[in-house]
Design a protein around this ligand. Structure first.
Ligand SMILES: [Zn+2]
Length: 256
């Protein structure tokens, strides 16, 4: 259990203690509070892949021998991915792209280009639906299998790595993954680039506590990512950081 989670639990316990004083006013407060706390804890656990609560995910590897960090890009491939590939080539960096099946169907040539340039691709479900946290096991399994099938047809790869959309891993995702046999790749540096406007803020969130073995999450479908990536790679060079492809960071295989 992580320190952050322990703090949350302490917070809940403190609130519970305060509400104990009000028991005489309304005796059901503790029951209500326990229910709310339970929902909160489950929500926090299932939306934070790095807690490793339901499934063990590969999030970072501080024991990696070199002073390197790894890049991963979600939600592509899109037209924008081509620019990202150019920047990665310029700085001789290999990354992981977690692709949405629907986008592979739209841009099969870009999907193949990612592989051709020496990056790895992983499964990010077929539709990347916002209802991810509410899907039944069978539907999640179908989402993963459909994405894999398209990747195999379009790019000739049998993807073995999975990144959950929105970082959501709940018991149903766990059961679906047991069926499909995918390994989960999380992250430990999440700059919220998909929802933050300021590139400076995004860069600062990534660089302020960057350590060797960290895995950075970015989105290749956002036009601003290209400039952010180039600035990051310059900063990494200045700080004597190298880069490593995520599968090599964890010493695992990307494909079956
Ligand atoms: Zn995503």
């Amino acid at each position: 259990m992580t320190f952050k989670l322990i703090k949350i639990l302490f917070g809940v316990a403190a609130i519970a203690a305060i509400f104990q004083f009000y028991r005489e006013i309304w005796p059901f407060w503790p029951v209500l509070l326990i229910c709310i706390s339970y929902i909160l804890v489950v929500l926090i656990l299932s939306t934070n892949v790095q807690f490793n609560f339901f499934v063990k995910a590969y999030n970072n590897n501080p024991a990696y021998p070199d002073n390197s960090v790894a890049f991963s890009f979600d939600d592509g491939p899109t037209e924008n991915t081509l620019e990202i590939l150019e920047v990665l080539d310029k700085y001789q960096t290999k990354a992981a792209f977690f692709c949405i099946g629907r986008n592979i169907e739209k841009h099969p040539e870009i999907f193949r280009e990612i592989i051709k340039r020496g990056h790895i691709v992983g499964n990010h479900t077929y539709s990347h639906t916002r209802k991810m946290g509410f899907l039944r096991t069978k539907i999640i399994q179908k989402e993963i299998e459909q994405c894999n099938k398209i990747a195999e047809n379009m790019g000739g790869v049998k993807m073995k790595l999975f990144r959950p959309p929105f970082g959501i891993i709940n018991p149903k995702t766990k059961r679906a993954l047991q069926k499909t046999g995918h390994r989960v790749i999380g992250w430990n540096i999440r700059p919220y680039d998909a929802v933050t406007k300021s590139p400076d803020k995004i860069i600062l969130r990534i660089t302020k506590n960057l350590k060797k073995g960290d895995l950075i999450l970015l989105h290749d479908n956002k036009p601003k990512t290209t400039a952010i990536l180039e600035q990051l790679l310059v900063i990494l060079e200045q700080r004597n950081f190298g880069t490593v492809r995520p599968d090599k960071l964890f010493d695992i295989h990307a494909y079956n």
